[in-house]
Design a protein around this ligand. Structure first.
Ligand SMILES: Cc1cc2nc3c(=O)[nH]c(=O)nc-3n(C[C@H](O)[C@H](O)[C@H](O)COP(=O)(O)O)c2cc1C
Length: 348
């Protein structure tokens, strides 16, 4: 049995944490999740994160509902069994298409289906979904109804405080009220508004000010709903302090840029004090994973591109990153590249 298979077994054995879950009617929700991020939270990054934390909920990148229904569904939705608990985020505005996509997500084995009501990109606006749907709470309610009618999974919504000049607390609360009446009981709020014109998606993640108090208030006024806070949460200390006000926290960029920081999540948030794998062990397990991926026709770089921050803010970080990025695209490179980069980083 490989080291990797051993890790997989232990992940499955310890699947139920002793604390750190919110009891919802639809089933338990971990108090920490890693955010959906396009071109980041693909199956390779999620596998990597799962080696660091067994209990954190992992989100896919947003997948457009039409692509799920009309495209290569198996390729788009395939994931590794060790990724559980894993939520599929979908984007779209047509109830029938979203319902079919949700059903496909359930058939593929996901634990939750999430609707993207937060993305401000112009491509998404052209399709009339993402954050502009906050202006149409009734439509989002119809999406939730259709999706809940099509599958047994929790259907959740990720949104923002608002957009453009429609950014009052009251309007957000009306949105949540309307959508929850249709059967959604879990809202993840990116605690800032978006500007639809004039700001790029990157600026929209940095420029509009963070408004944590509005999200705390939402939890206070809707105590029966699960409210998850998102936006510039950097550390487990931050999470612990937000959890005094909201049920759960979602971390995006910090998880990608400082992944090893979240290796402490199982002990500190979920009461599971299994030994934390060293960076070297994680690298070895990712080499085994890359070997399997490549033997099925995948490319090494698809895996290694997500590993570059394993040593971030630590001795060896530059050596690790450089060795991977200078060699991972070469035809002669194989999974042993990851082990060699790890040896160099450890010796630095
Ligand atoms: C590269 C990148 C891609 C993103 N893609 C998505 C996406 O597909 N769906 C979504 O709802 N949010 C997406 N987001 C937004 C994040 O989920 C999150 O709401 C945002 O980054 C704020 O959280 P943070 O400050 O912890 O990063 C993306 C963010 C980044 C940085």
């Amino acid at each position: 049995m490989t080291t990797e298979a051993t890790a997989t077994d232990s992940i499955q054995k310890d699947a139920t944490p002793s604390r750190g879950v919110v009891d919802r009617d639809e089933g338990p929700l971990p108090v920490l999740s890693v955010a959906p991020m396009m071109q980041r939270t693909d199956r390779h990054f999620r596998y990597f994160m799962r080696l660091l934390t067994r209990h954190t909920l992992l989100y896919t990148e947003m997948v457009v509902a039409k692509a799920i229904v009309h495209g290569n569904t198996e390729r788009l939705l395939d994931f590794d069994a060790t990724e559980h608990p894993v939520a599929l985020q979908i984007g779209g505005d047509d109830p029938e298409t979203m319902a079919r996509a949700a059903r496909a997500g359930e058939a593929a084995g996901y634990d939750e289906i999430n609707i993207n009501v937060g993305c401000p990109s112009s491509r998404v606006q052209d399709g009339n979904f993402g954050v502009c749907l906050m202006g149409e709470p009734e439509r989002v309610a119809r999406l939730v109804e259709a999706m809940k009618g099509a599958c047994e999974l929790p259907v959740t919504v990720k949104h923002r405080i608002g957009f453009d000049d429609r950014d009052s607390y009251e309007e957000m609360a009306d949105f949540v009220d309307t959508v929850s009446a249709a059967g959604c009981s879990h809202f993840t709020v990116h605690a800032r508004k978006a500007w639809l014109d004039g700001l790029s998606p990157t600026d929209n993640r940095n420029v509009p000010p963070i408004r944590y108090q509005d999200v705390y208030r939402l939890q206070e006024e809707f105590p029966d709903l699960t409210i998850e806070l998102n936006g510039h949460i950097e550390t487990i200390d931050d999470i612990e302090s937000h959890l005094e006000h909201v049920d759960a926290c979602m971390v995006g960029r910090a998880a990608y840029e400082r992944p090893y920081r979240f290796a402490e999540a199982d002990a500190r948030l979920f009461g599971d004090d299994h030994p934390i794998p060293s960076r070297a062990e994680v690298a070895r397990q990712m080499a085994d994973y890359a070997e399997r991926w490549m033997s099925n026709g995948g490319r090494l770089q698809q895996v290694t591109s997500h590993l570059i921050n394993l040593y971030s803010h630590r001795r060896g970080a530059g050596v690790w990153r450089r060795h991977l990025s200078e060699h991972d695209h070469l035809d002669e490179s194989g999974p042993e590249l990851i082990v060699e980069a790890m040896r160099r980083a450890e010796d630095a």
